[in-house]
Design a protein around this ligand. Structure first.
Ligand code: HEC
Length: 129
């Protein structure tokens, strides 16, 4: 009798697991376009977002920095998402580039570093050779 009860419980558990799996497959991956949300979702896999906002970076540094972060796990963050994140951080969490660098005399107003993007073919293996 105890054995029967046990196997009944196991069977119910298995049915539940199967049902859950089915549900998960139905839900499509959500496309995130809000850069703030992107940072919260994509950039917090390895560290807290406080790591990103604790220090303002020179405008032109964000492209390289985000690209470096992305290269650790390129499947997790697409080039498009990375560029959205770069743009957001350049606008909201940066300091003007170091003085003395080309075209930065007018500071942040000049928009130095803006428009720079991670190349779309950053995914191709050659990019890492
Ligand atoms: C695969 C893991 C991983 C992901 C994903 C990741 N990071 Fe990082 N991040 C790290 C590690 C490890 C360090 C510390 C070592 C270093 O600086 O490279 C770090 C450090 C940093 C720093 C401090 C670096 C400095 O030089 O001051 C910033 C800023 C940062 N990450 C931003 C981001 C942003 C923005 C994203 C999302 C686009 C991101 N990270 C996603 C692993 C990750």
């Amino acid at each position: 009798m105890k054995k029967l009860l046990c196997s009944t419980i196991i069977i119910i558990a298995l049915i539940n697991i199967a049902a859950c799996k089915g549900k998960q497959e139905e839900t499509k991956p959500k496309v995130i376009t809000d850069p703030k949300e992107l940072i919260e979702v994509k950039c917090t896999a390895c560290h807290f977002s406080s790591r990103i906002f604790e220090k303002k970076q020179p405008v032109s540094r964000w492209v390289d920095l985000v690209n470096r972060m992305r290269s650790r796990n390129p499947e997790m963050i697409s080039v498009e998402e990375a560029n959205r994140i770069v743009k957001y951080l350049q606008e909201n969490n940066s300091v003007p580039d170091e003085p003395g660098e080309e075209g930065t005399e007018t500071g942040a107003e000049s928009g130095a570093g803006h428009g720079e993007e991670i190349p779309a073919d950053a995914d191709s293996p050659e990019a890492y050779e």
